[in-house]
Design a protein around this ligand. Structure first.
Ligand SMILES: Nc1nc2c(ncn2[C@@H]2O[C@H](COP(=O)(O)OP(=O)(O)OP(=O)(O)O)[C@@H](O)[C@H]2O)c(=O)[nH]1
Length: 343
């Protein structure tokens, strides 16, 4: 009888929108301990940008976009996990020894675990090593209060990595730690900047988990995406971001992507926003996948479907008859002036 192949350890990396999952992964993927890992990145938007932001390992990263793994993409998760096995078994891809699955920030890990455990073939070939959750020290308590999925991500984790400790006031950090200890009393709690690759993929002790899906779904949270050939000038980019932030900030949970800048068309600008905090814009050296289009994803509460497309077109000078142009958007007493990026 042919020998049954050893099950491949699978680490699920979760955490709410913008918590710092990709940042953690980027740092750890440089470690030789993860040289033999395949990485699967799921994101809620129809246009995938996360895998473009995972550095260094572009060839080993597979994107699963277009929905959330815990709901609409469960079938796709199964198909992708099976495809990876087939490609590995046929020698089409290197024989990865472990798999890291980064979930979308909205994912409830319960149904993902269920999918893996209940599938007869996948359960034989993959072994759930652990669930690692990233929690943002600056706003985890509010996020957990507002979003049941964020609560479940932490509650089910074997290890919780606290990110953004550099940004958090000591009392916020203490509050976040206390909350995690209460939600996940069996989990180890570490600083995300201190965790190493071996810790990320270590096998956690087996324990009972509640794998049923939370009844709430993702509530009023929606995702809107944009892909555009048009470029923004550097100045228009600042205005575009400022308007998004000032007019839609409270509803925006996450904004991210790559932007084509007219003055630098050969390299994209990385846009990263989590709630009201926006990272300093930075250029990558080149378009990671050769596709030199702006691609953006916004995730938030009750976002208008054309939010990104309408604003982007206006700032890129593509105003349509039924759409305001850039000057009209700012010729508005409510528009922000004299501060922030508007100078
Ligand atoms: N100052 C600081 N910024 C951080 C830290 N971790 C992440 N960030 C920033 O937070 C933003 C979001 O980080 P990501 O790693 O993309 O978060 P994510 O959880 O992968 O986001 P989604 O996949 O969109 O849910 C980026 O601008 C990061 O640079 C940290 O420890 N300190």
């Amino acid at each position: 009888m042919p020998e049954r192949p050893a099950a491949i350890p699978l680490t699920v990396l979760t955490g709410f929108l913008g918590a710092g999952k990709t940042t953690l992964l980027n740092r750890l993927l440089r470690d030789p301990a993860l040289a033999d890992a395949a990485v699967l990145v799921n994101e809620a938007g129809e246009i995938a940008v996360d895998h473009l932001l995972v550095e260094h390992v572009a060839d080993g990263v597979v994107a699963l976009a277009g929905g959330c793994l815990c709901c609409s993409l469960r079938g796709d998760l199964i198909a992708t996990l099976e495809d990876l096995l087939r490609a590995r078994d046929n020698g089409r891809i290197p024989p990865f020894a472990r798999l890291v699955l980064e979930t979308s920030g909205l994912a409830d890990p319960g149904p993902i675990f269920q999918t893996l455990i209940l599938h007869p073939y996948l359960a034989m070939r993959y072994r759930l090593a652990s669930l690692v959750a990233v929690a943002d020290a600056t706003n985890a308590p509010k996020t957990v209060e507002d979003h049941p999925d964020a609560r479940r991500q932490i509650a089910m984790a074997d290890m919780v990595a606290i990110s953004k400790t550099d940004l958090a006031a000591p009392e916020d950090l203490a509050r976040t730690r206390a909350l995690i200890a209460k939600l996940a009393p069996l989990a180890s709690i570490v600083d995300a900047t201190e965790i190493d690759a071996a810790q990320l993929v270590a096998e956690a002790p087996i324990r009972a988990r509640d794998l049923t899906a939370a009844p709430t779904g993702h509530g009023a949270i929606s995702t809107v995406s944009l892909a555009s050939e048009a470029a923004l000038t550097r100045a228009s980019y600042d205005l575009f971001v400022e308007l998004l932030r000032s007019a839609h900030g409270p509803k925006l949970l996450r904004l991210k992507g790559l932007v084509k800048i007219a003055e630098e068309p050969d390299r994209p600008l990385v846009l990263q926003g989590v709630r009201h905090i926006f990272a300093e814009p930075r250029f990558l050296d080149a378009w990671p996948d050769g596709d030199a289009r702006t691609r953006l994803v916004a995730i938030g509460e009750n976002l208008a479907p054309d939010l990104l497309a309408g604003l982007y077109a206006a700032f890129a000078g593509q105003a349509a008859p039924d759409r305001p142009d850039r000057d009209a958007l700012f010729d508005n007493p409510l528009a922000p002036r004299g501060r922030g990026l508007l100078g």
